[in-house]
Design a protein around this ligand. Structure first.
Ligand SMILES: [Zn+2]
Length: 397
């Protein structure tokens, strides 16, 4: 079998990945140090600043409390929060997030723009890059505000808030997959795959796999990236098969079918044990948060003057960070096993090992994947097995 890459290609791939690996090694320590800095030094000044800004806004925009339409909004927010003061809480959460984002901005831009361009992986202009980043930040700001008002507001009002919040959010997580198809449309244009041999063969393949789906869409990601990609979004009646425009350009019909067959394998894996486990973990996490918030209120940590004081938010971030750091190696191991299983499923479905291998090889070349990343990186929680190992584990064709 010909080698996956020429020595020159391999050198280029290593040059591309070296900085990424260094960041992966350093990031946990940098994030931890930053969280400790915020907790140790910045909570009080940032909170005082937020209270002052909120008071200034109140003086200038207070008339909105009495004008007809906005009155309803202020009234609703006061009720959700349980008392006035939600403005300062939201500002505190947003300013903490802004501080962290600005601090990491140069590094983030270098990795997702400079490095990507240096190795020919990105097609974004500075303007489209900045616009996408801004969109992402606005979505984050909205999510943070909703979390602050929802979680802290509820905790202030109900003793068993962790149960009242945990159960519906867990249920929401169970069905959130149904919303998938709409998320990436915020970033890329999608249009139906035109009628033709490829569409016909995909329909036949899904029929054979006994998977219902709504449509096959082509996502125009080439405006941003040169990577090829295929995925299934949504589930049941909202399930859509999404192929990006690069995969249609780079892969033959048989190879596209191999990629679709792999994704079909993910549909058939049993998701309920994992979902039930994560729902339970969520409720347990909220219960632990409740205990932590009560302890913090009793001891007055970070200047907290009451239960569910917003000044505890960075502490919650730290808890969440440590939890993710320890959970990822475990969830990564499960995920890699599922990838192998989906590969085996795809081979059973199509019976075409040669096309499947060519699909993986082309994906590795186009996406410049490192065939053998360092072991510690894999164990830290990579979601996919190294592409070299995936190809090596295929049966002979
Ligand atoms: Zn997969």
């Amino acid at each position: 079998m010909e080698p996956l890459f020429t020595p020159e290609q391999l050198a280029e791939i290593h040059a591309f990945h070296r900085p990424i690996y260094i960041r992966a090694a350093v990031a946990p320590f940098a994030n931890l140090a930053l969280l400790l800095l915020i907790l140790g030094v910045l909570v009080q000044p940032l909170h005082r600043l937020s209270v002052a800004i909120a008071a200034g806004l109140e003086r200038r925009l207070g008339f909105l409390r009495t004008t007809p339409v906005s009155r309803a909004f202020f009234h609703a927010m006061d009720r959700l929060w349980g008392e006035p003061g939600w403005g300062a809480a939201v500002l505190f959460a947003l300013s903490t997030h802004l501080f962290v984002s600005l601090l990491f901005l140069p590094v983030d831009v270098w990795f997702s723009y400079t490095l990507e361009h240096r190795h020919g992986m990105s097609t974004q202009t500075p303007a489209t890059f900045a616009y996408d980043m801004l969109k992402g930040q606005l979505m984050a700001a909205f999510a943070i505000s909703a979390l602050v008002i929802g979680m802290f507001g509820l905790a202030r009002k109900l003793r068993n808030w962790w149960l009242v919040l945990g159960v519906p959010v867990a249920l929401l997580l169970l069905i959130s997959g149904a919303l998938d198809p709409y998320r990436s449309r915020l970033f890329y244009k999608q249009k139906p795959l035109p009628d033709g041999p490829l569409r016909t063969r995909i329909v036949e393949l899904m029929d054979k796999a006994d998977i219902a789906f709504a449509d096959v869409l082509v996502e125009e990601t080439s405006v941003a990236s040169r990577r090829l990609q295929a995925y299934f979004a949504g589930q049941g009646p909202t399930r859509t098969i999404v192929l990006n425009d690069i995969i249609l350009k780079e892969l033959s019909e048989d190879e596209v079918l191999a990629a679709v067959a792999h994704e079909a394998g993910h549909v058939h894996e049993s998701k309920w044990p994992a979902r039930a486990a994560s729902s339970l973990a969520l409720v347990a996490l909220l219960f632990a948060l409740d205990r932590l918030l009560r302890l913090s209120a009793a001891r007055g940590w970070f200047g907290a003057t009451r239960f569910a004081d917003i000044r505890n938010l960075p502490l919650i971030s730290l808890l969440f960070f440590l939890l993710m750091l320890t959970a990822r190696p475990v969830s990564g191991a499960f995920s890699r096993e599922r990838e192998y299983e989906a590969d085996r499923y795809a081979l059973r479905l199509t019976g075409d090992v040669a096309s499947f291998r060519r699909m993986l090889v082309k994906a590795a070349r186009v996406n410049k994947m490192d065939p053998a990343p360092p072991r510690w990186l894999v164990l830290k929680g990579m979601s996919h097995p190294p592409i070299g190992e995936r190809i090596a584990s295929l049966p002979p064709s």
